[in-house]
Design a protein around this ligand. Structure first.
Ligand SMILES: [Zn+2]
Ligand SMILES: [Zn+2]
Length: 226
């Protein structure tokens, strides 16, 4: 069975005052991959009900179960999840999937549970959460591989999907936009605000070395190439 990838538009937000794109609209995109044994979900968007975050980013989140349904997927078909990282715009609705394994890099887990206010911890440590800590690159299902891409965050991870015509990459926030991937001047980029810029560059180089046929992003509705 061929793997099929569905983009899930998870909503929008407004970049906050003081941020690089202050006042502009940002988008959040998650992805569902149908495989022989079910559906693998990459990211779950912003969560609901965090007043501070909603006010700061003027969040307009979409319900993940409804968004899956609109893509023809029943939430009960989801057999495993990974978040590109644990910031609240990528892991916010994990709690809709109690008992479903969620793959995370140990370094990401550690920073989320560290002293800094890294994420909305209630959305990470929800009732019935089943976290699977795995370091580095590893296969989830035949043809679906987690690929470690630190930089934006310490335990950022991407997905490599074996498509019939070559590798398809879901890069989350390892690369911010189609334009950043393509090296277009003035495109929205994530390098300048990466926690670890050398790691960000190294991860992008590692992704490019895979020679993908298509690349999809967590904060850009357009993929590369068009
Ligand atoms: Zn982030
Ligand atoms: Zn993000």
């Amino acid at each position: 069975m061929a793997l099929t990838v569905h983009a899930l538009p998870m909503g929008e937000f407004i970049f906050a005052p003081g941020e690089e794109y202050a006042g502009q609209t940002g988008v959040v995109v998650a992805y569902a991959i149908r495989h022989a044994g079910g559906v693998f979900l990459f990211d779950t968007g912003f969560g609901f009900g965090n007043r501070e975050l909603d006010d700061y980013y003027q969040v307009r989140a979409r319900d993940v179960v409804e968004t899956l349904k609109a893509a023809g997927i029943d939430a009960a078909e989801v057999t495993a999840i990974a978040n590109c990282h644990l910031h609240p715009d990528h892991s916010g609705q994990n709690g809709r999937f109690p008992g479903v394994p969620i793959y995370v890099q140990p370094t990401e887990w550690a920073i989320a549970h560290g002293p800094e206010e890294y994420t909305v911890l209630d959305w990470v440590d929800f009732p019935g959460a089943r976290w699977e800590q795995r370091a580095g690159d590893h296969e989830i299902e035949p043809g679906i591989r987690i690929f470690a891409t630190p930089g934006h965050s310490p335990g950022h991870q991407s997905l490599v999907v074996d498509a019939p015509d070559g590798p398809l990459l879901l890069v989350g926030q390892a690369v911010y936009s189609r334009g950043e991937w393509a090296g277009i001047a003035g495109a929205r980029e994530g390098y300048s605000v990466a926690r670890d810029q050398p790691a960000y560059e190294a991860s992008m180089a590692r992704l490019k070395a895979l020679d993908p046929k298509r690349v999809l992003f967590g904060h850009d509705r357009r993929g590369w190439p068009d």
